[in-house]
Write a protein of this length. Structure first.
Length: 216
């Protein structure tokens, strides 16, 4: 009686090659979308930059919209995981959590190509509502929920002067959007001290000014 075949725990060369092609398409897609916008981006150019035939794209992605959505998921998942890891630290004070979150924003978004995805959603979302809806569902909703839980916990522990941050967790992401818009429009005219901006915003969120006035 023949022994059953034992499946390898490691991916085959064919699987590795397929994943490499897929990643090349994702990387090329982000570059093409960032340069031309969603409407003007062409899959022919994506294929050319990825070094594959155009038909190869359809083996992994249904169409241009599906490619864009998969680019979003691939880029955002590790960032959301890191945000969740930082914000979920119940042993850290809220000041340290905010500092950690802003470091993630600066190093994992603003200083990488991931920032191009947010810019694309901001500029193209109005014309293509499905893109905005997808980003809201997969990114915004999850990010707000993570911050809301951390803010509520900090308020209950007396670390925040009010529960405003729990009600409006959007405030944590506000400087990220400001930095993106400013850098895209005015960086050559008046460079923005992003690190300083995030530190100042953290101070405001913590209500330091209110506490000082209350002590007088």
């Amino acid at each position: 009686m023949s022994k059953p075949a034992i499946e390898s725990k490691f991916p085959s060369r064919r699987q590795e090659a397929s994943e490499q092609r897929r990643q090349a398409i994702l990387d090329a897609g982000l570059d093409v979308f960032a340069e031309h916008g969603f409407a003007a981006a062409r899959l022919d150019e994506v294929a050319e930059r990825a070094g594959v035939a155009k038909g190869t794209i359809y083996l992994s992605f249904k169409d241009k919209e599906d490619l864009f959505e998969q680019i979003i998921l691939g880029a955002v998942k590790p960032v959301l995981a890191r945000v969740d890891q930082v914000a979920g630290r119940s042993d850290l004070p809220v000041d340290a959590i905010l500092s950690g979150l802003f470091d993630v924003f600066r190093t994992q978004i603003l200083e990488t190509k991931r920032k191009e995805i947010i810019r694309l959603v901001l500029t193209e979302g109005g014309r293509f509502p499905r893109i905005a809806e997808f980003y809201h569902r997969e990114v915004i909703t999850k990010g707000l929920a993570i911050i809301r839980r951390a803010a509520q916990r900090a308020y209950e522990r007396g670390e925040l002067p009010s529960n405003d941050l729990g009600r409006f967790p959007h405030l944590v992401f506000a400087p990220l959007l400001l930095a993106l818009i400013w850098q895209g429009l005015f960086a050559n005219i008046q460079p923005l001290d992003v690190k300083g901006l995030l530190a100042a915003h953290r101070t405001i969120l913590l209500g330091a000014g209110k506490r000082k006035r209350d002590k007088k």
